[in-house]
Design a protein around this ligand. Structure first.
Ligand code: ZN
Length: 248
């Protein structure tokens, strides 16, 4: 279906890009992206994906908005304290772009619900903040054959990598398994703007994937240091002995 006059105006700056154009904008409208987590990373990521006109945006998160979230989680405002994050996210995103079909899941992604939830999407964004969820997403996306954008943030730094299951290095190729024990509270500090940078990298990867343009961040860990203001690209390889995607 051709773009409507309103869509032509809303996405005018996209239509000026030969790499996007009408065809690309229609591809974005047909695109379905699942954002796992409506927190620090999920906020900028979902906001930009909705603004860009991704047609279907799923968000899965079981948490409620807390005061300490507001230092960085831009989907939520002070009036939203105590509300389910998916509810507050849904309001913010539909105010930004009412044309986006929002699918909200007020639950945690688990090994048991993942196959059904993931089935409805073309691309997944790991916007979670704990190792348990990150390995779960790595495993579930591999099993479902879904490409996804990984990211992690801590203190003044962050990292991102895109995984094409069975083609590029997976999260377990690079990190193996979760570290023993929880991350100590003192090590969980975070500069509020950090997820803005890294979550936006993830949104960029999702858009590039849907448009089929550029080079995805595969076989590469992008490492961001806010204090030095550097982005480093670290080459990574698919490990034939990987317990998830290896040859055995
Ligand atoms: Zn692997």
């Amino acid at each position: 279906m051709a773009l409507t006059p309103d869509e032509r105006e809303r996405y005018a700056r996209h239509l000026l890009l030969p790499e996007v154009g009408e065809e690309g904008q229609e591809a974005l409208r047909a695109g379905r992206v699942l954002v796992v987590g409506a927190g620090g990373l999920g906020s900028p990521c979902a906001l930009y994906l909705a603004a860009a006109g991704v047609g279907t945006l799923g968000i899965i998160d079981a948490d409620a908005v807390e005061l300490s979230n507001l230092q960085r989680q831009l989907l939520h405002a002070t009036d939203d304290l105590g509300r389910a994050k998916v509810e507050s996210a849904s309001e913010t995103l539909s105010a930004l772009n009412p044309d986006v079909k929002l699918v909200m899941y007020p639950e945690r992604l688990t090994a048991s619900n993942a196959p059904e939830v993931l089935a409805g999407y073309d691309f997944v964004v790991d916007a979670t903040d704990n190792f348990e969820s990150k390995f779960l997403i790595a495993d579930a996306c591999y099993a479902a054959g879904k490409p996804y954008a990984h990211a992690g943030i801590l203190r003044f730094g962050g990292q991102a990598m895109t995984v094409l299951p069975g083609e590029s290095a997976c999260y377990r190729c690079v990190f193996g398994g979760p570290p023993p024990g929880p991350v100590p509270e003192a090590a969980r500090g975070l500069l509020g703007v950090l997820p803005g940078v890294i979550g936006t990298v993830q949104a960029t990867e999702a858009l590039k994937f849907l448009l089929g343009v550029g080079e995805l961040l595969t076989d590469t860990l992008l490492v961001y240091d806010a204090l030095k203001m550097t982005f480093r690209r670290v080459g990574v390889k698919r490990d034939p002995g990987c317990i998830l995607c290896g040859d055995k």
